[in-house]
Design a protein around this ligand. Structure first.
Ligand code: URP
Ligand code: ZN
Ligand code: ZN
Length: 464
């Protein structure tokens, strides 16, 4: 099967030019000003951007959490991702406490295998790491699981102590792999929560009011200090506040190998959403919580100046009916997380390019290339280049949509609300190609399945 994408404006993290792109099989094989070649299908990309497929480095499909399971599995979640122009996700496999991480990986392979429509990799969530289990980390790295997530939050669930952090960080560093950190002081936060509950404060808004930004900043500071001593590259996930960003900047100024991700929810939404009536605030119960609005400008500036390196969604959807409502009487029982995997490219195009904060190149970098380079997928993924996988989006920079659970072009996630309901965005992924297959065409799914596990390279190595 061959595909000729004709006359588009090819935009990568570094380049911007008009060209034809030829795809043969799974790869890009030629790029030229005008290619005089035959192809099984020609796509007219005049007036459109031709960009690398989005990479969302932070999703939770089919994840047991908060007494229930995230509403999208690898089938529905990757179809929704594809509709939004994302062609690779890096999801999280979970180690059950006291059990092998390799067993956890196996469970997640079974969840995804044969179901995914786009390619995927796994980070490994470590919930305990005694010395005798450390050799498992060598095996994980050999199998292409080259990053870990550890939690300072959620005591009694995913939380690990500082000793576990240090042991895991050290081995990860020795193996040329990366640590992803959920940095929030969950122990102190739980004390604050106890106090709120004792005072009868049980509404959704108390989720945010019991999680001060200073406790996020403390977690970031501690993670950076431990990573510095353990000598491992660090990636702070879902950074939400100015206080936390200050700690990242400080660490980077000192020369520590730390970078950070933020998410569209922290750029577009704020703490006032928790005030919504009729339990609507539960839609936004996620961790870290939404912050006071002024933080948004600081995060946008952080992205512009490079203090923040990547934008992922932390897609972790729970339906209002049957899931979020578990916490109707007590915010602690609201499953934490919100949907977003489908909306990232359009939201970020709106925020970066339409609203003139950043260049087209930076938008591509933040939605694709940075994740590829950070997580061992580049140059197989994350760019449009000869020899790279043909993960390509033909993006209409002029098309406007209103994001809504009711809009057939913006909502394929298996969840009964949209985090960005009513948001108007300009820029839409019209044709989405995953390893040479057209998976979405003018908003319609054209094929499903066919996504593959991608064994990722180690830190600083290329993946071909
Ligand atoms: O609220 C969130 N973020 N749920 C998913 C788990 C996590 O901490 O990433
Ligand atoms: Zn987290
Ligand atoms: Zn997450």
């Amino acid at each position: 099967m061959s595909l000729l994408i004709k006359g588009g404006r090819v935009v990568t993290a570094t380049d911007d030019y008009f060209a034809d792109v030829l795809v043969e099989g799974e790869k890009v094989t030629q790029i030229g000003a005008t290619l005089d070649v035959r192809a099984d299908r020609v796509i007219d990309a005049k007036g459109k951007l031709v960009i690398p497929g989005g990479i969302d480095a932070h999703t939770h499909m089919d994840m047991p959490f908060g007494g229930t399971t995230s509403a999208d599995d690898f089938e529905s979640g990757t179809i929704a991702a594809a509709h939004g122009g994302t062609t690779t996700i890096v999801d999280f496999a979970i180690q059950s406490k006291g059990e092998s991480t390799l067993k956890g990986l196996d469970v997640w392979h079974k969840k995804a295998d044969g179901k995914a429509t786009i390619d995927y990799g796994f980070h490994m969530i470590v919930t305990d790491m005694p010395d005798e289990r450390l050799p498992e980390m060598d095996r994980l790295a050999n199998e292409g699981v080259t990053s870990y997530k550890l939690f300072m939050a959620y005591p009694g669930v995913l939380y690990v102590d500082d000793g576990t952090l240090y042991r895991t960080f050290r081995r990860a560093g020795e193996n040329g792999t990366r640590i992803c950190m959920h940095a929030e002081n969950g122990i102190v936060i739980d004390e604050i929560v106890k106090g709120a509950v004792a005072d009868g404060k049980l509404a959704p808004k108390y989720h945010a009011l019991t999680r001060p930004t200073r406790m996020e900043a403390e977690g970031v500071h501690r993670a950076i200090a431990i990573a510095e001593v353990a000598n491992v590259p660090l990636y702070i996930v879902h950074l939400s506040s100015s206080d936390a960003l200050e700690e990242v900047k400080r660490g980077r100024m000192r020369g520590v190998d730390v970078i950070a991700e933020t998410c569209p929810q922290y750029l577009f939404l704020d703490q006032s959403y928790y005030e919504r009536e009729n339990f609507e605030g539960a839609k936004y119960v996620m961790t870290p919580a939404l912050r006071e609005k002024w933080n948004q400008d600081v995060l946008w500036t952080g992205l512009k100046l490079g203090h923040l390196a990547n934008v992922a969604t932390d897609h972790c959807p729970f339906c209002m009916t049957g899931q979020k409502e578990l916490g109707k009487e007590d915010f602690r029982k609201i499953p934490n997380g919100a949907p977003g995997v489908e909306n990232r490219l359009s939201l970020m195009y709106q925020g970066c390019v339409v609203e003139k904060r950043m260049s087209l190149n930076r938008w591509v970098e933040l939605t694709s290339t940075a994740a590829a380079k950070t997580f061992g997928l580049f140059p197989k993924k994350g760019t449009v280049a000869v020899g790279s996988d043909a993960d390509i989006v033909v993006f209409n920079p002029d098309r406007k949509e209103t994001i809504s659970v009711k809009n057939e072009f913006t909502h394929h996630m298996r969840v009964d609300y949209s985090t960005y309901e009513g948001f108007q965005v300009q820029g839409f992924s019209e044709v989405v190609v995953s390893r040479g297959r057209v998976v979405v065409d003018q908003g319609k799914l054209t094929t499903s399945g066919g996504g593959r596990f991608i064994a990722r390279a180690r830190h600083g190595e290329l993946l071909r």
